[in-house]
Design a binder for this molecule. Structure first.
Ligand SMILES: NC(=O)c1ccc[n+]([C@@H]2O[C@H](COP(=O)([O-])OP(=O)(O)OC[C@H]3O[C@@H](n4cnc5c(N)ncnc54)[C@H](OP(=O)(O)O)[C@@H]3O)[C@@H](O)[C@H]2O)c1
Length: 254
């Protein structure tokens, strides 16, 4: 039986050209949605549109989430094409890891600009388009729940966007808009491979009770649940999708 929880729904997925964003676009599309995906790179956007193979139901818009003019242009494009939004997956993010003693101001600003400012203004700018009963899901990270060496600025931006889900749920409650976050664990995407070597992956897998890394589809399943009517009473929460990493981290480290 085909599940179609998103028939006639309009969904925006920032950072939809790769990893979890692309998998979530594929999942929502398969369940009937019309999707808008964004990213900074035109070639990657074209490749994603081709890979999704959704015809007129996929719209790709180039833009940087840390640029307010880009977000204004994105909102105008969605207004012209669809007139509203039912699902927002604020997913675009960047990562870089180094000891807190070595973080430069430029690196700090870059991560905060994309991961925190980008999420905040993606929600603010698209707010007028959100339909009554719409769902927002923000992509946070397991690192907001446990200390990870080298993750100081990255993890703090993820704690910030998880916290946003609380206040936004309150702010948008009168419009029956739900706001939740997801906290993926170690998910094998291009970002994962940029930061974790093949040797380090063995230790990563050993730290996860399910003894595997996660897939983009694992996260897409959870995002689709939170965005759907099945989660209509789940609001202001963070759903950790990590194979048990956070729940057992204390035991593993003694
Ligand atoms: N992979 C993990 O283990 C993991 C774990 C926890 C949380 N996360 C979070 O999950 C989210 C998705 O990551 P992923 O692992 O799927 O990474 P990914 O495969 O590298 O995808 C990142 C996506 O974001 C886009 N993007 C990056 N900077 C952007 C910007 N300034 N404006 C617009 N789009 C931008 C990228 O496209 P362009 O580069 O073309 O712009 C790409 O589509 C991120 O927020 C990340 O922090 C990842």
């Amino acid at each position: 039986m085909t599940i179609s929880r998103f028939d006639d729904k309009i969904a925006l997925i920032t950072g939809g050209t790769s990893g979890m964003g692309l998998s979530t676009a594929r999942r929502l599309l398969a369940e009937g949605a019309q999707v808008v995906i964004t990213g900074r790179d035109r070639t990657r956007l074209e490749a994603a549109v081709k890979a999704l193979d959704g015809g007129q139901r996929v719209l790709a818009v180039r833009g940087d989430v840390s640029s307010l003019p880009d977000l204004d242009a994105l909102t105008a494009t969605i207004r012209d094409r669809h007139g509203r939004l039912d699902v927002l997956f604020a997913n675009a993010g960047v990562a870089s890891f180094q000891h807190s003693g070595d973080v430069t101001e430029a690196e700090f600003d870059h991560i905060v600009d994309v991961n925190f400012k980008g999420v905040f203004f993606t929600v603010q700018k698209t707010m007028p388009l959100l339909s009554e009963g719409a769902a927002i899901v923000i992509n946070a990270s397991w690192t907001l729940h446990r200390g990870l060496a080298g993750a100081s600025v990255y993890a703090a931006t993820k704690a910030a966007v998880h916290n946003l889900a609380h206040t936004l749920a309150a702010d948008l409650g009168p419009r029956r808009i739900r706001v939740n976050s997801v906290s993926p664990g170690y998910i094998e995407t291009p970002m994962f491979h940029d930061n974790i070597s093949a040797e380090a992956k063995t230790a990563v897998v050993a730290s996860v009770p399910t003894a595997r890394t996660g897939t983009s589809e694992d996260v897409a399943d959870a995002v689709a649940f939170l965005a759907s009517g099945e989660a209509s009473y789940v609001n202001g929460q963070d759903l950790i999708i990590d194979g048990g990493l956070v729940a057992t981290a204390a035991a593993l480290t003694g």
